[in-house]
Design a protein around this ligand. Structure first.
Ligand SMILES: [Mg+2]
Length: 405
């Protein structure tokens, strides 16, 4: 295929009014969610789509060049000029070209992800097959992907337990909540959530690094004790009790507790995920096609996991386009236990903040039956992107979240 054009659109879904959540030692305000929608068009007229998880404030941290602090600029100014008119015989070649740029590792990985996803979408459309069929070397594919619901945004323990119950009743295979209101409330949370759902669904607890985030941290002994205290409830995993950049400390927490740990979403490259897993502190490795060099990058990580005592579980926290992309990966790799499904406010099961862009981005509704996402057998990603979102959700500058006290 020959690339004719590459476009990127910076979109924001603002929260009006912003939401505030009580956390240990402060409050967190969420102002908006950002998305960069990337389109790739071939000279023969096919269009491929990719979502990029590109929160504005996070992107600035990733920039190693002051003129490129928005991901749309990275795509339009650093990536598109070198790939326009390029004839693509192998999608992996694009990754090699982008790796040679001087972008930061995080920008490289996300740029490769965007092109890799969009080009797989196009390749599927050209060949008349869904992406999950392209990805699978064997015939071990499924078009139904189990989901776990990801919600519980720092709710008081009683509300968390009520949400867990509604998630279970909606048929989801698991419930992950975001803890971080302080060690006392976090203990009450797991006790109440477990009392509400028992062992009928998996429970996952996301510390989201807040348990170990600089001056807001719980102290080291408390973190180890708190992780340990989740063991009696049989949680599937505790996620990011601390910053996962500290591999040795992660491994130390794992060795002192009997609770499986998860992490990986903040790693830059597929090789960083593999290195993290190889240290031995993580039982569930959370790659994301939007962040870790697309399908090609995540398949490398999954291949590593097949020979190691670690399970790949796709991370996803964004729009339904990103969910679909990660679902194609999960559908092509049957060892994947389930996929993260963020529950936003307009969903009847939850009270997490609203994110209407998450659903508006697709022209039709997802098919979710009894906690299973049913993928279409249409070619490519099998969905239609609603181009109206480009007008409807203009970019809003500024941070997407902040601590307010
Ligand atoms: Mg997480």
């Amino acid at each position: 295929m020959q690339i004719a054009d590459i476009q990127a659109y910076n979109l924001s879904s603002p929260l009006d009014p912003p939401r505030e959540y009580q956390l240990y030692n402060g409050r967190r305000r969420i102002l908006k969610r950002d998305l960069v929608l990337v389109t790739v068009e071939t000279v023969s007229g096919e269009i491929g789509y990719a979502p990029v998880d590109a929160s504005s404030s996070v992107m600035r941290e990733f920039s190693n060049d002051g003129s490129l602090d928005k991901f749309v600029d990275v795509i339009e100014r650093a990536i598109a000029p070198s790939l326009k008119r390029e004839v693509i015989t192998s999608i992996k070649t694009v990754g090699k070209i982008i790796r040679q740029t001087r972008l930061s590792q995080q920008f490289k990985s996300r740029s490769i992800a965007a092109l890799d996803i969009a080009l797989h979408d196009i390749k599927g459309k050209q060949n008349g097959v869904p992406v999950y069929e392209l990805l699978s070397e064997k015939d071990e594919i499924t078009s139904e992907v189990p989901l776990y619901a990801s919600g519980g945004m720092y709710l008081p323990p009683v509300e968390m337990a009520a949400e867990a119950k509604s998630i279970m009743e909606a048929g989801f295979k698991g419930y992950k909540y975001h803890a971080g209101r302080g060690p006392v409330e976090d203990r009450e949370m797991i006790r109440r959530v477990h009392a509400a759902v028992g062992d009928q669904i998996d429970i996952m607890v996301d510390g989201h690094t807040w348990w170990g985030l600089e001056q807001r941290s719980y102290d080291s002994n408390t973190i180890v004790e708190l992780v340990s205290d989740h063991e009696e409830y049989g949680v599937r995993w505790v996620e990011e009790p601390i910053e996962p950049s500290d591999h040795e400390r992660y491994a130390s927490i794992a060795s002192q507790t009997g609770v499986p740990l998860a992490g990986g979403e903040s790693k830059a490259m597929p090789e960083d995920l593999i290195e993290f897993a190889s240290v031995g502190g993580v039982d569930y490795l959370q790659g994301d096609v939007r962040q870790h060099c697309g399908f090609s990058g995540c398949l490398r990580v999954i291949e590593y996991c097949r020979g190691a005592p670690v399970t790949f579980v796709p991370h996803h926290f964004g729009t339904e386009l990103g969910l679909i992309a990660n679902a194609h990966l999960a559908a092509a790799t049957p060892g994947t236990p389930f996929l993260e499904y963020p529950i936003y406010e307009d969903d009847s099961t939850s009270g997490m903040y609203p994110n209407p862009l998450a659903t508006d981005i697709l022209s039709s509704s997802l098919e979710i039956k009894n906690g299973m996402l049913v993928l279409s057998d249409k070619p490519g990603l099998g969905i239609e992107v609603n181009h109206d979102v480009i007008e409807k959700y203009p970019y809003v500058d500024g941070p997407w979240t902040e601590f307010v006290s």
